[in-house]
Design a protein around this ligand. Structure first.
Ligand SMILES: [Zn+2]
Length: 297
């Protein structure tokens, strides 16, 4: 495990695995432990980091078989899934995540400079989750829940541990990190966040960044997404550079601020009923970052 990773028990049966943010692909994960088995929520971006995560699970729950839920198909959360499958565990995914993961791995070499991925080939077999599903870990259960709307992606899942009041939100919630809205639908994401509020969770593990009070964490992402939509709704030809500066000034402490450039363009396409042209969107983001992004993972 890398020195900066924080393993935080949230209750007797749930643990958060927090990789402090400070660049792309540094995601959070976590796990839920019963008497018989473990449900892992997400993996990491590289083979090495995913092995560190699985080592931490083994130390926490020695000898127990591990299955994994992928909250969505982005590589930072999904690239280690094959390691779980090879150890005999199930890989639970939504249909959309299955499509995204099985067509990968996606390393986006035009956007990111990095060579340390290791073996991140997708798993051969997955279990598709199309509806709310109960995972029995032995003596206690967790719920794997698809969102009703396209949000951060078209196939977001959350994991809810009702006995402990713990919600693993995946990338529906970013904490202290600029959300990334290029693969979903911002209006649907706002609906999904309203659905998350209804859990009234005691602890919420975000997809990136530190754990904060659940209502505060959900509220911050909602505020940002509403700003994206409001900034471009009444404007046929927005000055994206001006709006991006506004975003940087409004959320000065957030990591990965080049994402404003992409998110604003996605918002503009969405509110004006046009398809998102992902090539120009990514190009604008890379330009905002000053060129391809060197990963530190
Ligand atoms: Zn994501």
């Amino acid at each position: 495990m890398s020195a900066e990773t924080v393993v935080t028990p949230l209750s007797a049966h749930t643990t958060a695995y927090l990789q402090p943010p400070g660049g792309w692909f540094r995601n959070n994960a976590g796990w839920f432990t019963g008497e018989d088995r473990v449900l892992l929520v997400d993996t990491c971006a590289t083979e090495r980091r995913s092995r560190w995560l699985l080592d931490a699970v083994e130390r926490s729950a020695p000898g127990k078989p591990v299955s994994v839920v992928l909250t969505h198909g982005h590589g930072d959360h999904a690239n280690g899934a094959r390691l779980v499958a090879e150890s005999g565990g199930a890989v639970m995914v939504s249909p959309e995540t299955d499509r995204m993961v099985s067509s990968g791995p996606h390393t986006f070499p035009s956007a990111f400079v990095y060579s340390g991925w290791g073996d991140i080939q997708p798993p051969r077999d997955v279990e598709i989750v199309s509806q709310r599903t109960t995972f029995d870990a032995g003596g206690r259960t967790a719920e794997v829940i698809p969102l009703a709307t396209t949000a951060h992606t078209g196939g977001d899942l959350v994991v809810w541990v009702p006995g402990d009041g713990v919600l693993f939100s995946g990338d529906l919630v970013f904490s202290g990190v600029t959300p990334l809205a290029v693969h979903g639908r911002i209006s649907g994401w706002l609906d999904a966040l309203r659905a998350l509020e209804e859990f009234e969770a005691r602890h919420l593990v975000p997809g990136h960044g530190p754990i904060t009070a659940p209502a505060e964490a959900i509220g911050a992402v909602s505020e940002y997404l509403r700003w994206l939509l409001d900034s471009v709704t009444a404007v046929a030809q927005p000055d994206f550079a001006v709006l991006e500066r506004e975003g940087r000034l409004r959320w000065p402490d957030w990591h990965d601020q080049e994402r404003h450039a992409a998110n604003l363009r996605v918002a503009h396409a969405e509110v004006h009923g046009r398809p998102v042209e992902i090539g120009p969107v990514m190009a604008a983001m890379i330009e905002s970052a000053g060129g391809p992004i060197a990963l530190d993972i």
